[in-house]
Design a protein around this ligand. Structure first.
Ligand code: NA7
Length: 569
C-alpha cells in the first residue's frame, strides 16, 4: 500500500517517528497520548511490527522469553492482564499479532503512514525544524525527529561474484516472502550459521531434499528450552509481573535474572559444571549469567566455551562434524550466541551436510548453485542467513542531515559519536531509540526501548515546561561518552571476535563496539542522573539556538560511583 500525495499540502508535526515496531509504537503512544503532541510515524512495511514484520523465515522466534519480551507495566497493567503468551519463547507470528493488538488497542494506526520509506531528513538551521521526505514524494516538517528503526533492519547480502546469475529461488531471511517458501523436495543452500540460520535450518531440513549449511564461523549455540505455556504458567507470571518488570530494569541484560556475583574459577570444577548444567537445563541466555567474569576473563570464559563444546560432542554423532561445529576462534558470548532447539541434531540427518566455507570459501554463485574453493553445490534455493548492517545501516539510509547540511554518515565516518547513544552533536532535536553506544542489542530490547522512550518523553516534557523547543548534545559531553564507551568496551572480551556487534560483518564498516557494554541497569541510572541534573551535557534554547547548557560529566562520575559500590559489596 503506497500513498500518492499529489495534492502537496505540507503537514507540520511536533514529531516525526521513523519505524512502527516496538519502539515506534510506544513512542507514538507517549508523544500523542502522554504529551499531547502531534506526531506522524513513517513505516516502510505495510503493517506494524518492524523486525517481526520482516523476519518471517521458518522457525523465526524470539530468543528472550515472551513474558518479558513485551511491553511492561509502563505501558499498561491491563495489557499485561489481557495478553497471554502461548510459548516460553514466542514465535514470529505471535509477536506480530501482539504488536498488531497493541496498535489497535491504542488506536495507533491512524498516525502511521505505512508502505512509506523516509529518504531524507534535513535540519533547517534557520527555522530549527526538520523536513522529512518520503519515497512517495511526501514532505512534512517536525520539531523533533525520532528514529525507531530497530538495530537489525538493513539486510546484509554479500556481494558474491555471480550472485544475480542464480536461476533458482533465493531469499534473505530478513526480507522473507509473506506467502512463505515451499522447500518440499528441493535442494537448499543456507549461507550463514548465526542466530537466524540456527532457527531456520532444522525447519528447512524437515521438508527439503537436501540442505547444505555453509558455515564460516562456528557459534556457541545455547539450548533454547522452548516449550508451550499453559494456563498455570500464565497465572503465575501475571501474579509476578510487577517483580519481573522491576528486575528487568535493574539487571545487566534487561532480563528478570541477573549475572551471579561470583567468578568462574572461584568454585570447584564440579560445582562449575553443576551450575552450567543447571543453567543449560533451564535454557535461554541464563548460561551467560552464571558467573560475572565470563565476558571479562579469558580463562573463565574458556570454562563455559568448553562446556558448550562438550554438549555438541554429546549430540552430534560424527566426531568430525562435531568438531567442525565447535568454535575455537573466539571466546563464548563475544558473538551473539544463538539459541537452538534441535539445531545440532539436524547434522545427524542424512539430508543435511555441513560445508566448511572457512577452509574453502565461497568463490561465486553460479546459475545452478554455489561454488566454493573446493566444490560446487547444485541447489534449487539459496537462503542468505547472512545478517544485517546493524545499528548504523538503517540510520544512514534515512538521509539525515544536521546543521549546515552535514550528513550523519559523514559525521560518523569513523564510527558513531553519540551522547548516551541517544543524541549526537550537530543534529538538534534528533533522538535515536536504541541507537549505537546505548545497551540496545546487548539487552532485552523492549526493556531498553521503553527506557529510551520514557527518557525522551520526560525530556520533551521538561523542555516544554522550560519554554524551550531545541535540544542538542554538547560536543564535550559526546566526547566524554564515547571515551567512556571505549573504556568499558576495553574491559571486556567483546572486541576479540569478528562479530556484527563490532561491525566486522560489513566490508569497510568502522570497527568499534556498537552497543554499550555497561549494562542496562547501570545505563538507566546514568541517563536518570543526566536528566536529574537538568539534562547535563545538553544545550537547550529556542528556534534552533541551543545555547543554554553545561556539562559536568555526571554520567561518567555516576558510573565510577556505581563501579566502586559494586567492588565494595
Ligand atoms: P549474523 O549473526 O550476522 O549471522 C550471519 C551469518 O552469515 C554468520 O554465520 C556469518 O559468518 C555468515 N556470513 C555472512 N557473510 C558471509 C559470507 N560472505 N560468506 C560466508 N558466510 C557469511 O545474522 P543472523 O541473521 O543470524 O542474526 C542476527 C541477529 O538477529 C542475531 O545476532 C540476533 O541478535 C537476532 P561469520 O560469523 O561472519 O563468519
Amino acid at each position: 500500500m503506497s500513498h500518492a500525495h499529489t495534492d502537496q499540502v505540507q503537514e507540520d508535526f511536533d514529531a516525526v517517528v521513523v519505524g512502527a515496531g516496538f519502539s515506534g509504537l510506544y513512542m507514538l503512544h507517549r508523544l500523542r497520548d502522554t504529551l499531547g503532541l502531534s506526531a506522524r510515524v513513517f513505516e516502510a512495511g505495510d503493517d506494524v511490527g518492524g523486525t517481526w514484520y520482516w523476519n518471517r523465515y521458518p522457525g523465526a522466534r524470539c530468543d528472550s522469553e515472551s513474558y518479558f519480551y513485551s511491553f511492561s507495566d509502563r505501558l499498561s497493567e491491563d495489557l499485561l492482564e489481557e495478553w497471554t503468551w502461548s510459548e516460553r519463547f514466542a514465535a514470529q507470528p505471535e509477536i506480530l499479532r501482539y504488536l498488531q493488538h497493541v496498535a489497535d488497542r491504542y488506536d495507533l494506526r491512524k498516525d502511521i503512514r505505512f508502505g512509506t520509506r523516509v529518504v531524507g531528513a534535513e535540519y533547517d538551521d534557520a527555522t530549527g525544524r526538520w523536513t522529512v521526505r518520503t519515497d512517495d514524494g511526501e514532505q512534512v516538517t517536525a520539531t523533533f525527529l525520532i528514529t525507531a528503526v530497530g538495530c537489525l533492519s538493513t539486510t546484509n547480502l554479500p556481494d558474491f561474484p555471480g550472485r544475480d546469475s542464480f536461476r533458482g529461488e533465493w531469499y534473505h531471511t530478513g526480507a522473507w516472502p509473506h506467502e512463505g517458501v515451499d522447500f518440499t523436495g528441493k535442494r537448499v543452500a543456507v549461507i550463514g550459521t548465526g542466530a537466524t540460520a540456527v532457527q531456520a535450518v532444522p525447519e528447512i531440513a524437515q521438508d527439503a531434499a537436501h540442505v547444505y549449511v555453509l558455515q564460516r564461523t562456528a557459534n556457541y549455540d545455547i539450548a533454547g528450552g522452548n516449550r508451550p505455556m499453559d494456563a498455570e504458567d500464565g497465572r503465575k507470571i501475571k501474579a509476578e509481573y510487577r517483580d519481573i518488570w522491576k528486575a528487568t530494569r535493574e539487571t545487566a541484560f534487561g532480563f528478570p535474572y541477573d549475572v551471579a556475583p561470583r567468578t568462574a574459577l572461584s568454585v570447584s570444577d564440579e560445582e562449575r559444571q553443576r551450575i552450567f548444567h543447571e543453567a543449560w537445563e533451564r535454557g535461554g541466555f541464563r548460561l551467560g549469567t552464571t558467573f560475572n567474569d565470563l565476558l571479562l576473563d579469558e580463562e573463565a570464559n574458556e570454562t563455559a566455551a568448553e562446556f558448550l563444546r562438550a554438549r555438541i560432542r554429546e549430540r552430534v554423532t560424527d566426531p568430525e562434524i562435531a568438531e567442525l561445529l565447535s568454535p575455537r576462534d573466539h571466546p563464548f558470548f563475544t558473538k551473539r550466541p544463538p539459541l537452538e532447539n534441535g539445531y545440532y541434531e539436524t547434522f545427524n540427518r542424512e539430508n543435511v551436510t555441513l560445508v566448511n566455507v572457512r577452509a574453502a570459501p565461497i568463490r561465486e554463485i553460479t546459475p545452478t548453485g554455489v561454488r566454493t574453493a573446493e566444490a560446487e553445490y547444485e541447489v534449487d534455493v539459496i537462503v542468505y542467513a547472512t545478517g544485517f548492517d546493524a545499528m548504523t545501516g538503517t540510520l544512514f539510509k534515512l538521509g539525515i542531515r544536521g546543521r549546515e547540511g552535514l550528513g550523519l554518515e559523514e559525521r560518523w565516518a569513523d564510527g558513531p559519536h553519540t551522547y548516551l547513544g541517544l543524541a549526537t552533536h550537530g543534529f538538534p532535536n534528533l533522538f535515536m531509540i536504541t541507537g549505537p553506544q546505548s545497551p540496545s542489542v546487548l539487552s532485552n530490547m523492549p526493556v531498553s526501548i521503553e527506557q529510551h522512550v520514557d527518557w525522551i518523553t520526560d525530556c520533551l516534557r521538561r523542555l516544554g515546561e522550560q519554554g524551550y523547543d531545541t535540544i542538542e548534545a554538547l560536543p564535550e559531553a559526546e566526547d566524554d561518552w564515547v571515551a567512556h564507551h571505549d573504556e568499558v568496551t576495553a574491559t571486556t572480551l567483546l572486541p576479540r571476535a569478528n562479530s556484527w556487534w563490532v561491525g566486522a560483518n560489513i566490508p569497510g564498516k568502522p570497527r568499534r563496539l556498537y552497543p554499550y557494554a555497561g549494562g542496562v541497569g547501570v545505563y538507566r541510572l546514568l541517563c536518570d542522573e543526566v536528566a536529574a541534573r537538568d539534562y547535563d551535557g545538553f544545550a537547550r534554547g529556542k528556534s534552533g539556538a541551543a545555547t543554554n547548557g553545561r556539562f559536568s560529566g555526571v554520567a561518567r562520575a555516576r558510573y565510577r560511583e556505581l563501579a566502586e559500590e559494586a567492588t565494595a559489596s
